[in-house]
Ligand binder design. Structure first.
Ligand SMILES: Cc1ncc(COP(=O)(O)O)c(C=O)c1O
Length: 364
């Protein structure tokens, strides 16, 4: 049997994401900054581009800017990547090739890269669930159990699609269990933003944190991510990266450096996301007879459950017919019934409002 499993979510996006006739409540990105907003923040950034399109020198600007933004202490380092997607690829290959990991704990449902790569790399997968019966939380005792048994544990925190956030104390406890066994915890923090979620970066030498500008900073197209981890592993991360992408592009390096220097003041989308979250919760409460959502603790996404006996596909078609795009639960491996969708709420407030109205129209 092939170890290459299809990436259902990305196949879905390939098919629907570029349909401009639909209100997109499928994306987990917060609203991308428009070019004029971007220029207003950076001024004429073209003057910062180097005179030639030679390989960029990351040590000259981007790495120091990253380490300054994320206050990297002695003994730890920051590696810029071509988005969190590359960060995940580096870490998974490193776990398989350098750490010779045989078993890895992975969340389900979840963004599919960890699972897809674990399959490709033939790692023994032990999954833990975010379940509806626990109000879309994972069972912490199950996670502790995996921390005692697996060679590596992956946590996506805040979690996509549920929006659940595991408490920092609990994560530290898991990291500690793994540390005593000489094992690794990988924390995907693409949905972490100051003011609403804490980072586990630098908590211990076995903690690997992954982040990016795509979700909470409105810059998905820049394709800039990072790994924050103990310096001792960096040469090996870099070796894997040399086999994958070599480095981010000269444009990403130039613009990314300027953005990181102003990241928390000028590029955070936290206020928009928080306002939209409050709006979404009020909407769900108003329509509690026909919809329910996973509790949105952080991040930009929830699982939306429709309380009726129509099938997921039928509802998906009804949403399309009313002009709103949601990710069907099957793209996250969820069963057909009850009908569930991933709903992203990081877009412009008026777009979210319109999309939510269309959902109600489609259901009724
Ligand atoms: C949990 C998670 N990790 C990583 C990524 C990839 O992010 P990036 O755009 O930085 O590659 C995504 C994208 O949706 C995600 O949801």
């Amino acid at each position: 049997m092939s170890r290459l499993i299809s990436f259902a979510l990305e196949d879905f996006f390939d098919e629907y994401e570029h349909r401009s006739d639909l209100i997109n409540l499928a994306s987990s990105d917060s609203q991308p900054w428009e070019r004029r907003e971007f220029d207003a923040r950076l001024g004429d950034w073209t003057t910062a581009l180097p005179g030639t399109l030679a390989y960029p020198d990351l040590r000259a600007g981007l790495i120091p800017a990253l380490e300054k933004a994320f206050r990297t202490p002695a003994g730890f380092s920051a590696l810029p990547t071509a988005g969190a997607q590359e960060s995940i690829a580096i870490v998974m290959h490193w776990l398989a090739a350098a750490k010779k990991v045989e078993s890895i704990g992975l969340p389900v449902p979840a963004y599919g890269t960890f699972l897809g790569l674990a399959n490709m790399l033939n790692l023994g997968i032990r999954s833990y669930a975010y379940t509806a019966s626990l109000n879309w939380r994972p069972d912490i005792s199950e996670l502790r159990h995996l921390a005692k048994e697996c060679d590596a544990l992956v946590v996506i925190n805040p979690h996509n699609p549920t929006g659940h956030k595991i408490a920092t104390d609990e994560l530290l406890h898991l990291a500690q269990i793994l540390l005593t066994r000489g094992k690794t915890i990988v924390v995907d923090e693409v949905f972490v933003v100051a003011e609403e979620s804490e980072s586990l970066a630098y908590a211990a030498e076995n903690v690997i944190v992954i982040g990016s500008l795509s979700k909470m900073y409105g810059l998905p197209g820049l394709r800039l991510g990072w790994i924050l981890a103990a310096t001792q592993d960096f040469q090996e991360f870099r070796t894997v990266q040399q086999y994958l992408t070599l480095s981010p592009s000269v444009f990403t390096v130039t613009i990314g450096t300027l953005v990181l220097e102003r990241l928390f003041d000028e590029f955070t989308r936290v206020n928009l996301v928080k306002q939209n979250r409050t709006f979404l919760q009020a909407w769900a409460a108003t329509h509690a007879d026909i919809v329910s959502i996973s509790p949105p603790m952080a991040g930009t996404t929830v699982i939306l459950e429709i309380r009726n006996d129509r099938r997921e596909q039928e509802l998906f078609d009804a949403f399309l017919a009313t002009g709103v795009l949601l990710v069907p639960g099957r793209s996250f491996g969820l069963p057909d019934r009850p009908p569930r969708f991933r709903l992203g709420y990081g877009m412009k407030a008026e777009v979210l409002d319109q999309g939510l109205r269309r959902i109600i129209t489609a259901i009724k």
